[in-house]
Design a protein around this ligand. Sequence first.
Ligand code: SF4
Ligand code: SF4
Length: 168
Amino acid sequence: MEPLSNRKKVLEQKPMNFWERLYLPAIFQGMIITFRHMFKKKETVFYPEFQREFSENWRGMHSLKRDEEGRERCTACGLCALSCPAEAITMIAAERQKGEEALYREEKYAAVYEINMLRCIFCGLCEEACPKEAIYLDGPIVPADYLRKDFIYGKDKLVEEPLKLQQD
Ligand code: SF4
Ligand code: SF4
C-alpha cells in the first residue's frame, strides 16, 4: 500500500478569512436571495383547489373509449395487458350476447377491465399497443386514497361516460 506521505490531497480546506469568520455577510447574502424570491412569480399551485395546465404529452388516468355510436371500443384482445411492463392490467373477456350490439362494438368485450394504479408507471405502452384506439391516458391525476384496494380501478371508473360522448 502507498505510504500516506505520498498521497495527494484531493480537497484542500482553505482557512477562512476575516469576513468569512464574521458570518454576517453570508447571512445577509442569504437574506438578499430570500427577499429576491419573495417578489418573483410563485410556482406553487394550491392543489386540489387549483390545477395546473398540463402539456400535450401529459399522461394521466386511463380512459376506455366509446365509438361514435356510444359502444365500448375495447374488444378484449389483451394486447394492452401483454405490453404492460408493470403487469397492472387485469382483464376477463366475454362474448357479446344477442341484444348487446348497442353496448359493445365487436363480438368480444372486456367483462372485467381493471388497472392497478399503484403498479402503473404511466409509460403509455398500453395506449400504443391498442389496435382499436380504445385506451388513452388522457385523464386527470389519479387522486390520493387511503386503502390499496381503492387504487384498483375498474370499468366503472375507466369507461368513458356515454353522456359526455353525446355532448361532444
Ligand atoms: S401506462 Fe404503462 S404501466 Fe400503466 S397500465 Fe399502461 S402499460 Fe401498464
Ligand atoms: S384496450 Fe385495446 S389493447 Fe386493450 S384489450 Fe381493449 S382493444 Fe385490446
